[in-house]
Write a protein that binds this ligand. Structure first.
Ligand code: EPZ
Length: 416
């Protein structure tokens, strides 16, 4: 079942419940290593990246039990910080285990977390920041060894608000001797959620939600019962899916407070967006208006929704200009969209011009990474005729069941 078949040209109607957040869940799962007892994480999405993270936690000695409403993790028996070779490569989010583990075990050995097709994905900011806290790094037959005889607080200034580096400093900082001041911290909602989880466990973090965090170290942490918020990127994917395919949908439980830039862009594209205690309702225009959009660190427009906006604007009422401000190679779906009749011109590695056409036609296309794959599914919903999207394992890394969700909105989508 590595492909998805889509019968396009059907406007979406109805409501869909948004799954728990992948990018909030992963650092929280890593953080359960810090408490040394049982935690229960509700609304944790059942996606491939979470299952990979769970395998890693088990390999480190955690006991894990999925239940109907969430996942129980007991890290009381964790003793060592060595991760199996095949478990880490290719899953960037394993990197946040580094910050958690170094706080628990003074030595960590792991594969270099995978780069991927969207970019080199360097880890220099992680190494710099943790190095300031007393962590020493060495290469060891292709693996990364981190040691901290004494993990201590530090004053750290990040030159770029890296989400992962911010998470690693927070995870190490709560276990360090003394306090850590982090300037230039990422502002993404997933950082705020991680801090809330750690505060529930007994940590003390000041400045949460701002770019300057003060992480008080050395406090005893306790297991907790925590609910992961809905996934803003999944909600945005389905919102723009409706903008492209047409219709009117309700995104139940969508995290409204985290999606202002997303809703603003949908309105610029001619959509009508309403919020209520139930979530976000979006009414699509007949054809999207063209836009100029640049992806930026939060609260700017999120890079993870760049591909789906690009796909939608292929049938826009004019020329759109898309600038990718975060990753250096995040236009991997251009060729596939052109196979479907799109008119696109890549000006350089960061800029694409989209000339809207009346409609796309179905084709056989291939996902090469998570968010581009989801964007190809949206393009299939928009296209006249049948589209096959291959390589869907990428999509299942972040979407619990994209076929089921779009079917609930009236689309004809099946995994084959
Ligand atoms: C997180 O990745 C997300 N992943 C990404 O979502 C998201 O696109 C990204 O943040 C930006 O919002 C998870 O949370 C698991 P960064 P992360 O460190 O932490 C450069 C998805 O589809 N950089 O903020 O890796 C880096 O190359 C994924 O769900 C360095 O140069 O993002 C990139 O250009 C994709 N050196 C930029 O910063 C470093 O040491 C942003 O990276 C670290 C990063």
């Amino acid at each position: 079942m590595d492909s998805i078949r889509i019968q396009g040209g059907i406007a979406l109607q109805g409501k869909v419940r948004i799954q728990g957040s992948k990018n909030a869940s992963l650092p929280i799962l890593a953080a359960t290593l810090l408490v040394g007892e049982r935690s229960f994480i509700r609304n944790c999405p059942r996606i491939a990246d979470v299952h990979s993270m769970v395998s890693l936690l088990k390999s480190l000695g955690c006991s894990v039990c999925w239940q109907e409403t969430g996942i129980a993790i007991d890290s009381s028996k964790v003793r060592r910080g060595e991760m199996p070779e095949d478990a880490v490569t290719g899953m960037r989010s394993s990197l946040c285990l580094l910050g958690a583990l170094i706080g628990r075990c003074s030595e960590v050995v792991m594969e270099h977390p995978g780069g991927c097709v969207i970019g080199e994905r360097p880890i220099d900011l992680h190494l710099y920041a943790l190095g300031q806290m007393g962590v020493e790094f060495a290469e060891e037959s292709g693996r990364l060894r981190a040691e901290a005889s004494r993990l201590h607080g530090a004053y750290i200034r990040l030159p770029f608000p890296s989400v992962g580096a911010t998470e690693n400093v927070i995870l190490a900082g709560v276990m360090a001797e003394g306090d850590t001041v982090l300037e230039g911290a990422a502002l993404e909602p997933e950082i705020l959620t991680l801090c809330r989880f750690l505060e529930n466990c007994g940590a003390c973090i000041e400045g949460v939600g701002t770019g300057r965090l003060v992480i008080r170290g050395g406090r005893r942490l306790y297991g907790t019962d925590f609910t992961v918020p809905a996934d803003r990127i999944v909600a945005g994917t389905y919102l723009f899916g409706c903008m492209g395919a047409g219709g009117c949908v309700l995104l139940e439980q969508a995290p409204i407070e985290e999606m202002y830039a997303v809703m603003d862009l949908a309105v610029q594209m001619g959509g009508k967006v309403y919020t209520s205690p139930e979530g976000i309702c979006v009414q699509a225009p007949v054809r999207p208006d063209p836009v100029r959009v640049s992806t930026k660190p939060y609260p700017g427009f999120p890079t993870d929704l760049q591909s789906v906006v690009l796909a939608v604007e292929t049938v826009g009422r004019g020329c759109s200009y898309i600038e990718e401000g975060i990753f250096e190679n995040r236009f991997r779906i251009l060729g596939d969209l052109c196979k479907m009749g799109a008119q696109l011109r890549q000006r350089d590695s960061r800029n694409v011009t989209v000339r809207g056409v009346a409609s796309l036609h179905g084709a056989c296309v291939e996902a090469k990474e998570l968010r581009g794959g989801a964007a190809l599914v949206v393009a299939g919903l928009m296209a006249q005729g049948e589209t096959f999207v291959r390589g869907c394992a990428y999509i299942y890394r972040g979407y619990e069941n994209i076929c089921r969700d779009f079917r609930e909105l009236g689309a004809r989508v099946t995994s084959v």
